[in-house]
Design a protein around this ligand. Structure first.
Ligand SMILES: [Zn+2]
Length: 112
């Protein structure tokens, strides 16, 4: 079931530019590579004295914000496993696993 881009460009190897940075940035929450937009998320909210930041997808950050209060985020801190233990977050990560890195959805939007 692997989908491959079929290459029909005979000069593809000559002037191919690597768009992927040498150091791939992976999302703190879901572990997928980040897309064009990287959100630098404070695992401990800035307002609670958090200084460390981690790279995340915008949609992953939205999920955290939607499911945790600042106090809860502060309590979990850098413990992403604790966040993943939340059923809603677990469900989201499993769901988003097959989406493109740049996939964004307005999670707040009502689904019909
Ligand atoms: Zn993510």
């Amino acid at each position: 079931m692997a989908r491959k881009h079929s290459k029909h460009d005979p000069y593809g190897d000559l002037d191919r530019e690597d768009e992927v940075p040498a150091t791939a940035v992976t999302c703190w929450l879901c572990g997928r590579p980040t897309g064009k937009t990287i959100v630098w998320h404070h695992p401990v909210p800035k307002s609670r004295g958090g200084r460390d930041v981690v790279p995340m997808h915008p949609i992953c950050q939205q999920t955290l914000i939607a499911n945790f209060t600042n106090s809860e985020l502060q309590r979990h801190g850098m413990d992403v496993e604790g966040l993943l233990a939340h059923p809603n977050v677990r469900k989201f990560v499993d769901w988003v696993a097959n989406k493109a890195p740049d996939f964004t959805a307005t999670t707040a939007k009502k689904q019909r």
